[in-house]
Ligand binder design. Structure first.
Ligand code: NDP
Length: 294
């Protein structure tokens, strides 16, 4: 039976570390601020924004929430981003995705000051990460990397397979694993014989958005499995969350596995707070805390 990687517990430790650093900054009169912008009323996004705001305050940072109606004009959103870029109380800016269809998300993300881009989606940060330079690293893959390093120590030379090639998860995850000297394969919907590709993996990251797609038969015995998927399904007349990995069969074969919920999800928010702290340190010319970034 696989070891269950406790993302919830790990995330609490990361947040405690962030809170300690935030308290030290307070001694210098610095309070990190995170601005979250939500456009429209997507229920899942509302839940995320609420819990982000709560945890931001819990670690001692300032939380600024900007909730705009679904019909907000693109120019109005861009003007808000400009104001937040110029506001010295704001160290991190996150525009919650997805944005309504009439707004060009790339335009908005690339209008964020890269130094405040705590989601790490700005094209400058993507380029910096891809070339192995100091970047703001996307939170979900950063959280996955932290759990992998914590569980495995060095990742050097390991075979890693990332299923999914989105800009938010799959691609930056592959870059981070490459940065840690894994041999990386990125699989996607056109990959031939996906089960055979997955069976090569010492590290298997599933970021697909297909409930329980990856079964135990796809997993190399002893592999470390990171399940990024969050899928809401109806089971026995009840709504519940499942990952992209079939936990029951996978846990019989894997060496270690993240559960859903309680795995990658909590680490994502913890890493958002870590990124806000790091952005604050960089903005003030202070040394960055260790162990909180790639
Ligand atoms: P996207 O929909 O942007 O990307 C999904 C990827 O999976 C695509 O690259 C797609 O391939 C690939 N894919 C889809 N179907 C298959 C298939 N049958 N076989 C192989 N590959 C397939 O999703 P995201 O990356 O944004 O998110 C992935 C999952 O992670 C979702 O469940 C999401 O909810 C979750 N998530 C969780 C987070 C957390 O904090 N835990 C944060 C972000 C996301 P192609 O490119 O060829 O279409």
């Amino acid at each position: 039976m696989a070891i269950i990687i406790d993302g919830k517990g790990f995330a609490a430790r990361v947040r405690a570390q962030v809170a300690e650093q935030v308290a030290a900054l307070a001694g210098r009169g610095i309070v990190p601020g995170l601005a979250v912008v939500l456009v429209g009323e997507d229920p899942a996004s509302q839940v995320y924004v609420r819990s982000k705001g709560k945890l931001t305050v819990e670690v001692g940072m300032r939380s600024f929430e900007h909730k705009l109606p679904a019909d907000t004009a693109e120019a109005e959103l861009l003007a808000l981003v400009e104001r937040l870029n110029a506001d010295p109380a704001v160290n991190g800016i996150l525009v919650q995705l997805p944005l309504p269809a009439h707004i060009n998300a790339d335009l908005v993300i690339n209008a964020i000051d890269p130094a405040k881009d705590v989601d790490g989606f700005h094209i400058s940060n993507v380029g910096l990460l891809g070339t192995g330079q100091k970047a703001m690293v996307p939170c979900t893959p950063l959280g996955c990397l932290m759990m992998l390093r914590d569980h495995l120590g060095s990742l050097s030379g390991l075979e890693a397979v990332v299923v999914g090639r989105s800009n938010i998860v799959g691609k930056p995850m592959a870059q981070l694993l490459l940065g840690d000297s894994c041999t990386v394969t990125v699989a996607h919907s056109r990959t031939r014989d996906l089960p055979a590709v997955c069976r090569r993996a010492d590290i298997l990251v599933a970021a697909v958005g297909r409930p329980e797609m990856v079964s135990g038969e796809w997993i190399k015995p002893g592999a470390t499995v990171i399940d990024v998927g969050i899928n809401r399904v109806e089971r026995d007349g009840r709504s519940r969350l499942v990952g992209d990995v079939d936990f029951e069969s996978a846990a019989k074969v894997a060496g270690a596995i993240t559960p859903v919920p309680g795995g990658v999800g909590p680490m994502t928010i913890a890493c958002l707070l870590a990124n806000t702290l790091i952005a604050t340190c960089r903005a003030n010319g202070l040394a960055e805390p260790e162990g909180l970034t790639a």
